[in-house]
Design a protein around this ligand. Sequence first.
Ligand code: SAM
Length: 228
Amino acid sequence: MLNVNLLTLFPEMFPSTLGQSLSGRALDKGLWSYNCINIRDFADDKHKSVDDTPFGGGAGMVMRADIIESALLSIPEENRGRKIYMSPRGKPLTQNLVKELSQEENLTILCGRYEGVDQRVLDAHDFEEISIGDYVLSGGEPAAMIMMDACIRLLDGVMGNAHTPDEESFSNGLLEYPHYTKPAQWHDMKVPEVLTSGHHKKIKDWRLDKSEEITKARRPDLWDEYKE
Ligand code: SAM
């Protein structure tokens, strides 16, 4: 059971895609839950402002540390768990990190907007920064959803027993082999013969060969690590 506290200016964005399909069914079954905290509820002026201009000048606005802190402190300490700020300059989200996070009982995710958040709130409350890739989104909410989706599918009871996450891309350091299903012939394309042979050892070897071939061609960085 994973509970995710979301510090956001857009609570209505959740659960969005997480309310559908696998993660949606898991939400209905109570295998995970979420709790949106609207940062704007903690603004203390009549305009409900949550941001201000950056010291030192420059374009854009920065979310205020004091208001984010008030929002954070509204979550009971024992329910906060690891505190994460979604951020393009964070450590990359990898499958290993996803596995680690999916074993937590609570996570608190801060979704930034504008130019980001005042550094002091990150320092004062030991937020870890996590990035979903080398590009810039307009806000942390879609990044949080991606990270949550990856974690939720690994929770106990979410995927069927037959599913083995150990064989998926990244789990053994390789990208996954290609899949085929019926019909065995489609247009002029036949399924590789070995897959219809019923010979388990040969199928296993073929899949490993394909995984290695694809990883070597597409992700030399993963291939180098795998070889080591
Ligand atoms: N000024 C920031 C920079 O250059 O690094 C970008 C701010 S971005 C417009 C607004 C918010 O989107 C960020 O505070 C962060 O929460 C989120 N965000 C954008 N790109 C992201 C990424 N690649 N991974 C995770 N979060 C991201």
